[in-house]
Design a protein around this ligand. Structure first.
Ligand code: ATP
Ligand code: MG
Length: 401
């Protein structure tokens, strides 16, 4: 017997009260995008669950895609059967026989959303369990740790059978938390921060500071490749490349060396905030982790953060580098991040940046020069690239032949 659908459970969405329909719609959209390569599937959604009807498409491949969709708590390959008891008995037997290997144990787990059904939970247990024991020689019951757990879910419209529950990615559906700018360097941390922010439903646009000729085209390619990985989650991501050379040169001329890093960060934040405003985002995401480097002490954050009231989200703030690296490995960005190209922040690094910069001092140093026109220029002269995932490009390429 073959599964004909996949039952999707929502998890956290189901706590969303009046906004629930909006969340379900967003999730439905993500599922549709992720399953675009399977044109025959059909999606049915209701308040508390969603079904992907396979219609002959490859269930195994679809399961792999579903594992990466945010907003899904868990899912199960399932079969829809008629509520007739004889039909239920036969379908249960077909399913368990197809999974059964010699000497295995099973149990039946009934769940009745519709209490008017002719069998109650005990009745289902006895009728179906008895039928299976009689029909499959060697099959034994184990209610604690069964090899096969046959879930029988009785609903008004039909009964659903499933034997396996697969963990979903969790989080909230994409786009359900509004839009934010991700400050994306070529390093290990910021792509992971972007991934975690997306996991909580944020729509992300990446902003990268680029300082030619001090940073090379190769370092820009690296950021495009990182964006491509993040694009797998959405189907596409906007990458905004900011020309930063003029600002950095002004900083080098105007600001004492030990404060240049603090001012560089302040300028990056002001520019990102300008872009955010233009693109109607509501927050800025960074890959900062407390105490990791001089610019990431609380004293530094206090001095840097002063330039904006916009919420700065720092998903990695309490994480250790080893844990961040593990996540980077999981989301497959580590190898790209490890490519050895320089970042704009590493080119003019002072030998001893302040780990405890003073807000008043940095304000004082910056007061001798008007950075605003340079900031406006950077905001206005950005290059905007829409980055698509790798396999998407391949399919475009294929269609040329
Ligand atoms: P990452 O591994 O993300 O580069 P990092 O530990 O190297 O982080 P920093 O270089 O101090 O830390 O950068 C801190 C944060 O500032 C980054 O996580 C990123 O969000 C932002 N950032 C740094 N450089 C750039 C850049 N060139 N363009 C955009 N954002 C940047
Ligand atoms: Mg970096």
């Amino acid at each position: 017997m073959k599964y004909d659908r996949i039952l999707i459970r929502y998890g956290e969405i189901s706590t969303k009260g009046r906004n629930r329909n909006k969340f379900v719609d967003k999730l439905r959209k993500s599922v549709r995008i992720a399953l675009a390569p399977f044109p025959n599937i059909k999606i049915e959604s209701s308040r508390d669950r969603m079904y992907v009807l396979l219609n002959g498409e490859d269930g195994i491949e679809i399961i792999e895609k579903l594992k990466n969709i945010f907003g899904i708590q868990s899912f199960s390959p399932a079969i829809k059967v008629d509520r007739d008891v004889e039909v239920l008995k036969q379908a249960s037997l077909d399913l368990v026989s197809s999974l059964y290997k010699e000497g295995q144990t099973f149990k039946v787990t009934p769940k009745r959303s519709d209490k008017t059904y002719e069998l109650n939970s005990d009745g289902i247990n006895q009728t179906i369990g008895g039928h299976l024991l009689q029909s499959i020689p060697g099959l034994k019951v184990d209610v604690k740790k069964p090899d096969i757990n046959l879930r029988i879910e009785v609903r008004k419209e039909a009964i659903y059978l499933s034997c396996e529950t697969i963990q979903g990615a969790g989080g909230l559906p994409m786009g359900s938390s509004g839009k934010a700018m991700l400050m994306l360097s070529g390093g290990i941390d910021s792509p992971v921060a972007g991934y975690l922010a997306m996991k909580r439903g944020l729509e992300i646009e990446a902003v990268h500071f680029f300082s030619p000729p001090f940073t090379s085209e190769r370092s820009k390619e690296k950021v495009i490749d990182l964006s491509r990985k993040l694009a797998e989650i959405y189907g596409a991501i906007t990458l905004i490349i900011v020309p930063f050379t003029a600002v950095q040169q002004a900083i080098r001329e105007q600001i004492p060396e030990n404060y240049s890093m603090t001012t560089t960060r302040r300028m990056m934040l002001r520019i990102t905030d300008g872009i955010r405003q233009k693109r109607e985002g509501l927050a800025i995401v960074t890959g900062e982790s407390l105490g990791q480097v001089a610019s990431q002490t609380v004293e530094s954050m206090f001095a840097i953060n002063e330039v904006t009231n916009t919420p700065i989200l720092r998903p990695l703030i309490t994480m250790d580098k080893t844990d961040i690296i593990k996540l980077a490995q999981d989301i497959d960005t580590l190898e790209i991040s490890n490519r050895p190209f320089e970042d704009c922040c590493t080119i003019f690094v002072p030998s001893s940046p302040k780990t405890k910069p003073k807000k008043e001092k940095v304000q004082h140093f910056e007061s001798f020069f008007d950075f605003e026109p340079l900031i406006q220029e950077a905001v206005n002269e950005v290059e905007t690239i829409i980055v698509k995932p790798a396999d998407d490009q391949q399919s475009e390429f294929k269609s040329l032949f």
